[in-house]
Design a protein around this ligand. Structure first.
Ligand code: FES
Length: 115
């Protein structure tokens, strides 16, 4: 159960959708279902075209921060994440600012997604 708010210059206004409890879908899947125009190509964590900024909107410890190996590689090559941010995500549970929408699993927390 989470509100996912999408914001982008590509949309006339922000869109907030409700992700259902028990969902283990990717952020890209949620966006596509609601016709949110996040750009994508491979849908497999390889091209980096779906990179977006994700901010957790609650005070609780973020839940969905596990980065896939593909995310680490692609985001690092794109200059959107540092080794320190990867380390902080893995060791300190600090969410990195950028994620790949096709790899990020929506959890039970409200998030803001900028693309
Ligand atoms: Fe290619 Fe997400 S669509 S990395």
């Amino acid at each position: 159960m989470a509100d996912v708010t999408f914001t982008s210059p590509a949309m006339p206004k922000d869109v907030t959708v409700y992700a259902t409890a028990g969902d283990t879908r990717t952020l890209l899947s949620v966006a596509k279902e609601h016709k949110v125009p996040i750009h994508f190509e491979c849908e497999n964590g390889e091209c980096g075209s779906c990179a977006c900024q994700v901010t957790v909107l609650s005070d609780k410890t973020p839940l969905g921060i596990a980065l896939t190996e593909k995310e680490k590689t692609v985001l690092k090559l794109a200059g959107k994440i540092t080794d320190k941010q990867i380390h902080d995500a893995e060791v300190k549970d600090l969410p990195p600012p950028w994620r790949l929408a096709c790899q990020f699993i929506v959890r039970h927390e409200d998030i803001l997604v900028k693309f």
